[in-house]
Design a protein around this ligand. Structure first.
Ligand code: ASP
Length: 306
């Protein structure tokens, strides 16, 4: 019997002690603690890694401090369009959704796509039609909106010549877990990037880019500039190096983040392996992140030097 490990993130980005207010710091840590507790409660009782990552991500989706579900960022046209994915490393089943405007928990819909449909990836109105058929909770689009995200959109629209992802805090959320039976799972949920246009979809819901789980290797959830993660296939690549190259997942994660940086990309990853080891790598000043194992207290951190 293995012993469980849970790692979660609430996005990487330009967070430093100078720029994050003490309220934002406290809100971020409280949100991570609540999500970690929700996932850990399931693992402690012998529940599955898939149930644990979904539970942790749902808590973060409801928390307006993070860019997923409620508190997601706005598109250039002033809408909120959420993306999510989940993958079970035991069966290698996966579900993903993009462009949701009324589904309270995008990760719950990704789980339903995985469990109850013959498909892996549904988008937009079709995905939400499936959600209503399955009885997945709907809310009004205004439920997702916060004044702070509106302000961030206004700021970006006011400087159209600035590089698209300069100075961003990528508040995407994710969770990876290994359960007591040694099975791994990953889930990621996001509003994407502030000011995104033309139905843009990032890496988060793309199986193999922002989310991947394979019992032969690892479970991975990413955050950062999605266009780079997609082109490197980061989540799958970490698993492939662990499986074929016999790298440790820590080395695979560090190397992929180095390669992402060499391309000009910024962000981070969380990883666990079936043997119970877990951790993170990122090349931004900070990343909201937390970890707990069967025999450790919660570890919660934001800044690079923690
Ligand atoms: N990776 C996400 C995306 O590109 C953004 C984030 O991590 O916050 O959509």
């Amino acid at each position: 019997m293995t012993s469980w490990t849970l790692v979660i993130h609430g996005g990487s980005g330009s967070m430093t002690r100078d720029i994050l207010s003490s309220q934002d710091d406290a809100a971020g840590r409280a949100g991570l603690a609540a999500a970690l507790a929700a996932g850990a409660a399931i693992l402690r009782e012998g529940g599955s890694a898939t149930d644990a990552v979904q539970a942790a991500v749902e808590v973060l989706e409801d928390d307006p401090a993070f860019n997923a579900g409620r508190g997601s960022v706005f598109t250039a046209e002033g809408h909120i369009e959420c993306d999510a994915a989940i993958m079970d490393g035991k069966t290698m089943d996966a579900g993903a959704v993009a462009g949701l405007r009324t589904t309270r928990h995008p990760v719950a819909l990704a789980r339903a796509v995985m469990a109850d449909s013959p498909h892996v990836f549904l988008t937009g109105a079709g995905a939400e039609g499936f959600a209503r058929e399955r009885g997945i909770e709907a809310v009004a689009p205004s439920w997702f909106e916060t004044a702070e995200r509106r302000r961030q959109l206004d700021e970006i629209l006011a400087r159209p010549d600035a590089p698209f992802d300069s100075g961003m805090k990528y508040g995407t959320v994710g969770a990876v877990a290994v359960d007591n039976d040694g099975h791994v799972a990953a889930a990621t949920s996001t509003g994407g990037l502030t000011g995104k246009k033309w139905g843009r979809v990032g890496d988060s819901p793309l199986i193999g880019a922002g989310t991947y789980a394979d019992d032969r290797a690892a479970a991975v959830s990413c955050t950062g500039a999605g266009e780079y993660f997609i082109r490197l296939g980061v989540a799958h690549e970490i698993c492939a190096r662990a499986r074929l190259g016999e790298w440790s997942i820590e080395d695979a994660a560090d190397t992929l983040i180095d390669e992402l940086g060499d391309m000009g990309g910024k962000g981070g990853v969380i990883v666990v392996s079936p043997d119970g080891s877990g951790g993170w790598a990122f090349n931004t000043p900070g990343m909201y992140r937390a970890m707990q194992t069967h025999d450790s207290d919660p570890e919660i951190a934001i800044y690079g030097d923690e």
